[in-house]
Design a protein around this ligand. Structure first.
Ligand code: 13P
Ligand code: ZN
Length: 277
């Protein structure tokens, strides 16, 4: 048995490859992190090497102190993860303050975890608390159609949520709390991490204007499925807008209310505004 036989490691690698196959990970674009369960830490402990040096995360995540994460490496290509996971990914441990990390496995040819580690960990912290410890996956991808929309739609949560919901009947069921939008910011630092994790208090999806998307979920299937659903909806919207700036018909606010009742979801009224169309 090797570490690659462990279920979460396998799921992590498969998700990286699925994202690559979707075309969301040009070059080193995108990153993925997974918060290990205590029993999973026990399962992989025997594969850990001597711990590396403690290094600063660049932000503080006290609610994650002592937790373990599997994370993609900075500058690593998603298309290579399936070929050499030990070169392209790593498992890290956080210290008791939630301010430093050290590498316990992976990145065997050197390197560091993703430059978006502050965003990943601040999102994990918010989601761990908000989801009663159930959310474990944070995923960042350079989703083509969502990025395209950030050039033509107002960068408002209400507009993006409503337009994406209208493009596919299942959307409000898959992301009933909506999507948040962050205006353009320098990636890789604490500021964008704070802005994103603030949105994650309300949403499972945060769009970075002219850059990509962050999503959060309980497991690999749900999190990949969420990214896929939002991006597919964005693709339909791009196609629709390309054919005509006006829709001839669409899903109406009352249709959404009827759907919410039958599918047992709560859709905030602030997304069901009258457009005056
Ligand atoms: P990393 O290679 O450091 O993960 O960065 C890729 C990326 O998408 C930055 O936003
Ligand atoms: Zn990115």
């Amino acid at each position: 048995m090797t570490i690659l036989d462990v279920e979460f490691v396998n799921g992590f690698i498969r998700m990286c490859n699925d994202g690559w196959l979707q075309g969301w990970h040009e070059r080193n674009g995108g990153n993925l992190s997974y918060r290990l369960k205590p029993e999973e830490v026990e399962n992989v402990k025997s594969f850990f090497h001597e711990p590396g040096e403690w290094k600063a995360i660049g932000t503080s995540v006290p609610a994650l102190s002592g937790e373990y994460f599997m994370v993609t490496g900075s500058g690593k290509y998603f298309r290579n993860v399936i070929l050499d996971p030990e070169d392209t990914t790593c498992i890290i441990e956080l210290d008791e303050q939630g301010e430093n990390y050290r590498i316990l496995w992976g990145l065997r040819n050197g390197g560091r975890p993703t430059s978006e580690l502050p965003s990943h960990l601040m999102n994990h912290e918010v989601k761990k608390l908000a989801s009663n410890d159930t959310h474990r996956v944070i995923y960042h991808a350079h989703t083509t159609n969502v990025i395209a929309l950030t050039f033509v739609l107002p960068l408002q949560d209400e507009v993006f949520t409503r337009e994406l919901w209208e493009m596919a009947t299942e959307c409000p069921v898959v992301f009933p709390s909506g999507v948040g939008v962050v205006g353009w910011m320098v990636p890789g630092g604490r500021d964008i991490a704070v802005a994103t994790s603030d949105l994650m208090k309300k949403y499972d999806v945060a769009i970075w204007a002219h850059h990509g998307m962050f999503v959060s979920g309980e497991n690999f299937d749900l999190t990949f499925g969420l990214m896929h659903t939002v991006e597919k909806s964005a693709e339909i919207l791009v196609k629709t807008l390309s054919m005509s700036p006006n829709k001839l018909q669409t899903i109406t606010p009352q249709n959404f209310r009827d759907l919410a009742k039958d599918f047992n979801v709560t859709l905030p009224e602030r997304f069901l505004y009258e457009k005056g169309e």
